[in-house]
Design a binder for this molecule. Sequence first.
Ligand code: NAI
Length: 279
Amino acid sequence: KEFKDKVAVITGAASGIGQGLAERCAREGMKVVLGDIEETALFQAQKELQASGAKVLAVRTDVSKASDVEALAQKTLDTFGAAHLLFNNAGIAAGSTIWESTLADWEWIIGVNLWGVIHGLRTFVPIMLAQDTEGHIVNTASVAGLTTGHSPYSVTKHAVVALSEQLYHSLAHLNAKVKASVLCPGFVKTRIMDSERNRPVELQNETARPLTPEEEAIVQYVRQGVQAGMSPQQAADHVFQAIREERFYIFTHPEYNAAVQMRMEDILQGRNPSNPFQS
Ligand code: NAI
């Protein structure tokens, strides 16, 4: 595949996996469009990429807002005239159990993790199809989108896997030159556990409730996992390999295959859900 001089659009591009993808796109000689809600980090990331010689457009974007994503697409077309790679990657972690997560937690996480991907697809797919050029869309889900989950995060990631599979079928049905993949990483060393930095004021929780010991244990487990996780550069390498191979499922952490298999077998054999954290 030829990436040079093509246009890549990346949401959540100012940090972590999105930043790793942006750097990789720039190294491939692509024109890069960075969308992110965190303005300071966004323009810093733009400066760093430009210093490497890349052509970079940065657009402050809240992916949970359709109008912001539409503006991102318009600015992309105005500046670079096309969009060839789309990474619907922005995401946050929030909430606890289904019933103890607040309405604000649910609205925030569904807004960013699910609506963000929906807005990205509704806005960019028609543009990419109309171009009639080769293209690829990668939605960032998680292994949490494939295993039995414990939080609103997992609910949104299962939805992103479902959306992505449907996207794959719809594009295949059209015999489109645009392909699709879903990225399902395990732990990657990013700022995901500092997601609260981007929670909008209108979705703040009014009272902070102390975590229960079980919740605290899960947070510690995830924090340590993220801290010891794969580098965003390595994750980006997996993604580019999959794009080249036109591979839909992008698994970066084979050590979670057993947990995915366990869920699938629970379903097929009519067993009650196993706890993936007890294996
Ligand atoms: P990160 O926190 O380092 O980067 C996420 C980026 O998204 C940040 O730059 C943030 O400002 C941006 N963002 C947050 N809300 C936004 C909004 N409303 N609109 C636009 N941008 C917004 O975290 P990370 O880990 O790089 O997250 C990227 C994706 O990877 C997320 O979808 C996350 O769920 C997923 N993921 C991360 C894993 C990990 O272990 N770090 C594992 C599996 C999936």
